[in-house]
Design a protein around this ligand. Structure first.
Ligand code: AMP
Length: 192
């Protein structure tokens, strides 16, 4: 199984974010889960990937050509795939994975996470999606998502498509138990 991890291209100001990245890497290697990520050597994305590699884990990095310098591509990845655009990166990352986890990050991480949730919402893929609420970082986002449900902007089924958890191991159990092989097909005419 491969897990797609969305995370910051920065490490954040609280050391618990980096600690979490290292804990995630160790747990994935222990469970023989491969990592799929954005291919950069910087921030939490670099922390997870480098720790995976140092423990003998499998790492697939997918990076657009124009970011290869800015995010300093992690050339030591088990497999480093260069793509022409952000859209190609996001699609290929999903195609290579069976489950999705976001950890702390900024707008890029949010864009990727909500694309994954909205694509699942309209049936383009069936992968389980988790948000690891490290050190309460996503407390406000979690409240916002509950508000979306309470105020009628989504139903319970959609709300349940994003699992938010403070603890890593139950989250990984959930992602493993629901791992899916179905690759996204953005051209699928779901509306007809
Ligand atoms: P960030 O969470 O903003 O540090 O970004 C984390 C990841 O998202 C990095 O791999 C970025 O390349 C990627 N990213 C940044 N901006 C965007 C964007 N506008 N759309 C999609 N992905 C992005």
């Amino acid at each position: 199984m491969n897990l797609l991890v969305y995370c910051g291209s920065k490490s954040g100001t609280d050391g618990r974010y980096t600690e979490a990245a290292l804990q995630l890497a160790e747990a994935l290697v222990a469970r023989d889960i491969g990592l799929v990520f954005g291919g950069g050597a910087v921030g939490l994305m670099g922390d997870v990937a480098k720790a995976m590699l140092s423990h003998g884990g499998r790492v697939i990095g997918i990076i657009p050509t124009f970011l290869r310098t800015e995010e300093v591509a992690l050339e030591t990845c088990t497999e480093l795939i260069e793509v022409p655009s952000m859209h190609a990166r996001k699609l290929l990352m999903m195609e290579h994975s069976h489950a999705i986890l976001a950890i702390p990050g900024g707008f890029g991480t949010m864009d990727e996470l909500f694309e994954a949730v909205t694509w699942r919402q309209i049936g383009l893929h069936n992968k389980p999606i988790g948000l690891w609420n490290v050190a309460g970082y996503y407390d406000h986002l979690s409240s916002m998502v509950d508000r979306m449900l309470d105020d009628g902007f989504m139903g319970a089924t959609t709300h349940a498509m994003l699992r938010i958890d403070d603890a890593l191991l139950p989250m990984l159990d959930y992602l493993e138990a629901n791992a899916s092989d179905v690759a996204p097909d953005p051209l699928l005419p779901r509306w007809t």
